[in-house]
Ligand binder design. Structure first.
Ligand code: URA
Length: 476
């Protein structure tokens, strides 16, 4: 029997190393005991490493990503199960993605659970300002995840809060970001950071984005499950907000034609005064766009959703317009279409952090239907008005290659969106010489009625993104 003790920090890469070595040495799954950290050891277990590697273990790329995510699940048997599957895949006894196989189904379900947990952590971590050690502002947060996702969730915070120092403490792992360097240690003290004014800010924000006309307590709980409430300062507001929702919805309806939405006003009130962004920068452009009145879409939308990404990005990705979620969050492609884009871009070898992701139109256009806001295509006037901002983004970023996703993006960039499916996969050239790779919009894929068609379209979409990457590498 071989015993593998995985470290609590860096568990997943350690599993990968150990599993590869064991598989290469032909050690059967039944002969390996896996554990993390300090759990009690098996007296009969061998700690010696297996025999030297003899051959390569090959797995499909998406399998690697799935294993890495599923290994962040709290299931104590996950390491053993993953190793057993790795051996079956390697031996050709199991086809990757075969949902008729129960262990495969469980692995895929665990991957989903972990992604959801990471998403919840991104959404529900609440930072409080603490006295800094150096010139950068410092923040601390306490969070209790149900699965050990701290390391997987951290890069998001590093990107989002790159100009501050911060620490996120969970009962098991402490994640630190100091002077731009991310590090993880096991948690020593489980003390929560002291409450301060940041809580009030969160309460104001939450009351601001709470839309009584869209009140769906079940959906709300699914999105913000009760178990997270105890660490959320704004959760105390929820019962009162629900009680007052009907009356507020009536008030909003009465006020709708003449006033901007309450959400928008609340967010604007809450915006902290900050130093003006440097002139001529993307931030300045973003600040100007926030006040845009070039067409009427601003009046119903929550906020402008400006492009996002480094000003030095070599690849610009253009979609249609923000959706419901993007409108509330204020960032492009963070809803269901964004998830498809992120997944396929990742598989195509593109790192979203290096891309400039934007839309042809910067405000969400919708018609209210009951409690829902139904997406509407922007018309030619709205696209023309908003091309002003897209052109400025292009001027500022100067991408080497642009990906146009869908007919609206294509029309905005080239003047015509006709014949999208005929043009998809091809490269067109803008008057300034920039190549534009044409592809479909990810929400087109989501709308396809059957799973096989969706899978096939996802694969084609991924190929298009791969082609864009290739173009980037070969274009001078
Ligand atoms: N669809 C888009 O075109 N853009 C977004 O940002 C989100 C959905």
């Amino acid at each position: 029997m071989h015993e593998v003790v995985l470290p609590r920090i860096g568990t997943v890469p350690a599993w990968r190393r150990e599993a590869r070595a064991l598989a290469q040495a032909g050690v059967p799954a039944a002969e390996v005991l896996w554990r993390v950290g300090e759990a009690e050891a098996d007296l009969f277990a061998e700690r010696a490493p297996p025999a030297a590697a003899t051959r390569q273990i090959r797995l499909p790329r998406e399998a690697v990503a799935t294993f890495e995510a599923a290994l962040c699940h709290a299931d104590p048997e996950r390491f053993a199960r993953a190793y057993a599957m790795l051996l079956r895949l390697d031996a050709g006894e199991l086809r990757w993605g075969d949902r008729t196989d129960p262990p495969m189904r469980r692995l895929l379900a665990q991957e989903k659970t972990v992604h959801r947990e990471i998403h919840k952590m991104h959404a529900f971590v609440r930072f409080r300002e603490v006295p800094p050690d150096g010139p950068r502002r410092a923040f601390a947060a306490w969070f209790e995840p149900d699965h050990p996702v701290e390391e997987a969730a951290a890069p998001f915070f590093a990107r989002r809060f790159g100009d501050m120092d911060w620490v996120i403490v969970t009962p098991e792992v402490t994640t630190r970001f100091v002077d731009g360097t991310l590090s993880f240690t096991e948690t020593v003290s489980r003390e929560r950071p002291p409450p301060d004014a940041t809580e009030d800010l969160w309460r104001t924000y939450y009351a601001g984005i709470f839309n009584p006309a869209r009140l769906m307590p079940k959906a709300m709980q699914a999105e913000m499950p009760k178990r997270y409430w105890k660490n959320l300062p704004e959760a105390a507001l929820i019962p009162a907000l629900i009680r007052g929702a009907e009356q507020r919805a009536r008030d909003m309806q009465a006020a709708a034609p003449t006033e901007p939405p309450a959400r928008r006003a609340a967010i604007e009130r809450q915006r902290q005064p900050s130093a003006p962004p440097p002139p001529g920068s993307l931030d300045e452009l973003r600040a100007q766009a926030a006040e845009c009145r070039r067409c009427n879409l601003w009046s119903a939308a929550t906020q402008v959703v400006f492009g996002e990404g480094p000003a030095s990005a070599a690849l610009m990705v253009v979609g249609e317009q923000p959706g419901d979620r993007e409108d509330l969050v204020g960032r492009p492609f963070v809803g269901p279409a964004g998830q498809v884009f992120d997944e396929e871009a990742g598989k195509a070898g593109l790192d979203r952090r290096t891309l400039f992701v934007t839309n042809a139109v910067k405000h969400f256009k919708f018609t209210p239907r009951g409690k829902r806001r139904i997406h509407q295509k922007p018309d030619a006037g709205e696209m023309t008005a908003c091309r002003w901002w897209l052109d400025l983004e292009r001027e500022m970023v100067r991408p080497k290659v642009i990906v146009a996703m869908g007919a609206t993006a294509l029309a905005s960039l080239t003047g015509s969106g006709a014949g999208l499916l005929r043009r998809r996969g091809q490269v067109e050239t803008l008057p300034d010489g920039t190549p534009v790779l044409v592809t479909v919009h990810p929400s087109y894929i989501l709308r396809l009625p059957d799973e096989a068609a969706r899978e096939a379209e996802r694969a084609r979409f991924r190929d298009d993104l791969r082609a864009a990457r290739y173009l980037l590498e070969t274009h001078r």
